[in-house]
Ligand binder design. Structure first.
Ligand code: ADE
Length: 286
């Protein structure tokens, strides 16, 4: 998956996202994270990208044109890559036709090539990249949204600063308005980094253990159960005996109960959306 972050502070995102799991995934080629400096697209000699708002009011606004040009530079790169993929798959398509006339062994390769051709056609169908504008006015980001966005090949994240961005360019390029919570930050960089982190760990291969993305907080609107490691006793606190029993069914049952209890205590709002059995709901009411 390719992230393209349009920002006035590219070093902030580059520095913040090149460590640990995300950094490793970038090195492994599973992700790419490109920080595009909007200031590089300023059209005056002072390289300024902001101006006063018409009608007056506090602060400055980011102007439409540099934001648009920064976006276009990324969109063009995506178009070119898609066109290159199309060419490759056209060639693959021809090979497929040829292969069909050949023996059964080649038939398999043909099927594969046709699949590639179809995928490229779909990409070519003029699909515009998703452009997320980070703003407290957006829909609140959650795990479900992260899962949905993790399906995209490219994601453009637009970070605002000052008092915001000229509305006209937002109308023209933005497909999604996203907030990371009901509070106001000084810019969209931290929210963009939050989104990149949450989405990246859902990309296959980024977490070494795919199971760990499956059974954890929010996956089914339940919080994760408590976990313990060595030693068996620490500060007088013992690891729950069931976890030492080796009895897998009992361990699973205990963990499920702990998840439900924890959600009830810490995030009761989530329980309405959680899929609990009738028995579990009854147990909670007791
Ligand atoms: N920019 C400023 N505050 C924000 C927030 N809460 N979420 C997303 N982008 C923002």
């Amino acid at each position: 998956m390719n992230f393209h972050i349009l920002t006035l502070f590219p070093e902030m995102v580059s520095n913040g996202l090149n460590t640990s799991i995300i950094g490793r995934a970038v090195s492994a080629g599973l992700l790419s994270i490109e920080a595009v400096n909007i200031r590089d697209f300023a059209f005056n000699k002072h390289q300024s990208v902001d101006d006063y708002p018409y009608g007056g009011g506090a602060g400055m606004l980011m102007q439409a044109e540099p934001v648009y040009l920064a976006y276009e530079s990324v969109a063009e790169k995506i178009r070119q890559r898609t066109a290159a993929a199309e060419e490759t798959s056209d060639a693959a398509g021809e090979a497929a036709a040829l292969s069909e006339e050949m023996a059964d062994a080649a038939g398999e390769a043909a099927a594969l090539s046709e699949e590639m051709a179809d995928a490229a056609k779909e990409e070519k169908s003029g699909k515009k990249p998703r452009v997320v504008y980070l703003s407290p006015q957006g829909s609140v980001f959650d795990q479900k949204m992260a899962e949905e966005l993790a399906q995209e090949e490219d994601l453009i994240l637009l970070c605002g600063h000052y008092e915001g961005i000229d509305e006209r360019v937002l109308e023209e390029i933005v497909t999604d308005y996203v907030s990371i919570g009901d509070y106001v930050l000084t810019g969209g960089e931290l929210p963009a980094m939050v989104m990149v982190d949450a989405i990246s760990r859902l990309v296959p291969g980024v977490l070494h253990n795919d199971v760990s993305a499956e059974f954890e907080s929010f996956q089914d609107n339940l919080l994760e159960y408590p976990q313990y490691s060595r030693p068996e006793e620490w500060h007088g606190k013992k690891v729950p005996p069931v976890l030492l029993s080796g009895h897998h069914a009992n361990i699973e049952k205990w963990r499920r109960e702990q998840s439900i209890l924890r959600t009830y205590e810490r995030r009761p709002d989530l329980l309405e959306k959680a899929e609990l059995t009738g028995k579990e709901r009854k147990w909670l009411e007791e």
